[in-house]
Structure formats: C-alpha cells, structure tokens
Design a protein around this ligand. Structure first.
Ligand code: GTP
Length: 360
C-alpha cells in the first residue's frame, strides 16, 4: 500500500471557511493546518504517494505543503474546474495513480478527524477480497446520517438514505469517510461529470454484485463539519484523544506555540491552543478553545469551547462559550456571547453590548 487520495473540495456550507479567512482544511488544529494531521497519519501507516483532489482554493495547499517531502510524502494536486462530487473527484485523479488494476488505493474524506487504524482497514480489504472496503463508525443518533448495514461477515448489504422514521433506523453504522478502492473500481467511475460515491457508485456496485466490505472500528471519530466540532477536534488532538504524529509538542492540557505570551496567572485547560504571537492577559481562563495567531485575550476574560480568529481581540472580563470569533474581529469588554454565536471577520462589538445573564 503506497498511495492515497485525499478529498478536499466540493461545494456547500461545509466547505466554507469557518468565519475565519483561512479555508477550512488550512485552519490550524492543534497548531498546524488540519490537513497536516491527515497527511502525517497516512504517512505513519505507510502511504508514500498522496493525490489531493481539490475543487476550490487549491492555490493555498501547494505553497504550504509543496511536494510533500517535509512530511516524507510525494504529494500531487489536482484541481477540478467545477466540483465533481466525491466519486467524480476520485475518478478525476486516476491518471495520477501508479497502482495496477487489482491494487488497493486509500481514499480519505478531508474533513474527518479519526484514530482509524489505517493498516487494519487495508488488511481487512486484502483478507476479505473486497472490491471496496469502508471504515464504518457507530453513532448514538444515526438520524443525521446515511446508514450502512452489514451482514454477519461485515459485508455491506445496502446504502440507506438518512432515516425518516424510527423503523428506518436499521443500524447505527455510518460511513466514516475512509475507504480502500481497488484501482479498477476507480477507473470504472464515469469521468467528466459529478458523481457521488454514496448515492451512485456504492449502490451501483452493490446492484452489480460487487463485494463491499465494512470495517466497524469504534476508535476516535469526529466530523469537522461545524466550527464547534473543529474546536473540539483541535482540543482532542492536544489532549491526545485524537492521535496524530503532527501535533507540534507534547500532548497535554494546553499547547502554547512559539511567540505566544501568556500571563503567569492565566489558566489554560482542556486542550486549549494559543497560536504564535497571541497574547493572553492576567487572570484569563480558557478551556477547550483555539486562539489563532496574533489574537489578544484581555485580562479576566473567560473562554470555553470557542474559536478566536487570527488577530481578533477579546475584551477584559468578556465571557465566551461555544463562540466563533472571526479573524480581526473585536469583542469589547464585559460582553457575554454564547451557544453557537459567530462574529464575522473584522466585526466590532462595543464594550458591554451583549449579555445573556442579568447585568448585575
Ligand atoms: P457527494 O458524495 O459527492 O454528494 O458529496 P457529499 O456532500 O456526500 O460529501 P461530503 O460533503 O460529505 O464530503 C466528503 C468529502 O469529500 C469532504 O472531504 C469534501 O471536501 C470532499 N468533497 C465533496 N465534494 C467534493 C468535490 O466536488 N470535489 C472534491 N475534490 N472533493 C469533494
């Protein structure tokens, strides 16, 4: 197993920047662009050649990752003119693959953070003799996901759309966004038009009698589709719950990057990351949050489960919980912002302008 495709494109809100200017795959998670963790994990599993299939802002990846040699990888970039969907994107990079028809190619969705044992997925693929193998994860509430039931041997029996009624919840297994495809399956995807693997390729393969094998692996798994999930994922990388060789430093309660200034009595916990050149004032308490480079948190602010964009400023005694503050935004002193609020890049909230609790 030497090569993989990483899907980092598409359209829709999931791919919009997280209120910060940086495109999502490049937003730092535990101090490095999120994509670095996926690339480093693939490398650690023995992958040497990775093709990045992108459809937007491709120009941000190549200047940063280059030919991949700093990660011990050979990286190539392929940009779609129009988003081709997951299957179309995979087909579109086929000419860059070196594998023969019966050789396996790994494919990863670019917005999943997982502790998946990649080698074990490849082993499952080889021993089962499948055409495609999929990582499946179990979720508590499967209503928001397409379901992937399997038989006793792990062979996939169907791909079901999001369940609408309780009777339709026939399994708690969902597609976790990591696959092994035999090269021949990739070449058989129609080229030059949008194709969805979940809605077209996989059901079509099942109808044709192909062997799709599921590997249920209940390791760490997080879909980074929302900014809150992104902040959670970054904290879990720092805490070591989500394993990645690319975390720059020892895992622990906090990660403070070079050039950050943190006041002696500030309390940073729960996997908080403080980016380069950021400043944290006296008495600030920050838990499970990401403070991007150059941001300023003034004395006495309390921040939890929040993302503070690059160069943003959080005023003294302000309380943030589950908030996303865009790059360069200014939140004045004595505010309280909660529960999924997003402050747009460069916006300004005056002192004592917003509260949830009483004004005492
Ligand atoms: P389809 O299966 O094509 O309908 O996409 P989806 O909406 O089910 O995919 P989802 O949004 O879950 O994205 C899965 C992964 O594929 C993410 O990492 C996306 O960045 C990536 N992706 C989705 N659509 C495209 C696309 O058109 N081009 C590329 N290169 N990547 C895509």
């Amino acid at each position: 197993m030497t090569e993989a495709i990483l899907l980092v494109g598409g359209k829709g809100t999931r791919l919009r920047p997280l209120t910060v200017h940086t495109p999502k795959p490049m937003v730092p998670a535990a101090g490095v662009p999120f994509l670095t963790h996926q690339l480093a994990r693939a490398r650690a599993a023995g992958v040497e050649h990775i093709v990045l299939a992108t459809s937007y802002l491709a120009e941000v990846f190549e200047p940063y990752f280059g030919d991949g040699s700093s990660l011990g990888l050979h990286l190539e970039y392929v940009t779609e003119r129009e988003p081709l969907g997951t299957g179309g994107a995979i087909r579109n990079v086929a000419a860059h693959l070196h594998s023969g028809p019966e050789e396996p190619v790994l494919i990863f969705n670019g917005d999943i953070l997982t502790g998946l044992d990649i080698r074990s997925l490849v082993d499952t693929h080889r021993t089962s003799g499948a055409d495609v193998s999929l990582h499946l994860t179990r979720v508590e509430d499967p209503r928001a996901f397409g379901l992937v039931p399997t038989d006793a041997s792990g062979r996939v029996t169907a791909f079901l759309e999001k369940p609408q009624t309780p009777e339709e919840i026939v399994t708690d297994q969902i597609n976790a966004g990591a696959y092994v495809f035999n090269r021949a399956v990739i070449d058989a995807i129609p080229s030059g038009r949008p194709v969805s693997v979940e809605r077209e390729t996989f059901p079509g393969l099942l109808d044709a009698g192909a062997h799709l094998q599921g590997m249920v692996d209940s390791t760490y798994w997080l879909d980074l589709g929302t900014p809150q999930a992104f902040v959670r994922g970054s904290a879990d990388l720092v805490l070591g719950r989500a394993p990645s060789p690319a975390v720059p430093g020892r895992c622990g309660d906090r990660l403070i990057l070079d050039g950050a200034e943190v006041a002696g009595d500030a309390k940073l916990t729960g996997g908080t990351v403080v980016g380069a050149g950021a400043r944290i004032g006296a008495g600030a308490r920050i838990a499970g949050s990401t403070v991007l480079e150059g941001a300023v948190v003034e004395p006495g602010a309390h921040i939890q489960d929040s993302l503070i964009g690059a160069g943003a400023r959080i005023g003294a005694r302000t309380v943030l919980a589950g908030a996303v503050i865009g790059d360069g935004a200014v939140v004045g002193a004595d505010n309280e912002l909660r529960d999924g609020i997003r402050v747009w890049c460069g916006a300004r909230i005056p002192d004592a302008a917003v509260r949830f609790s009483s004004d005492e």
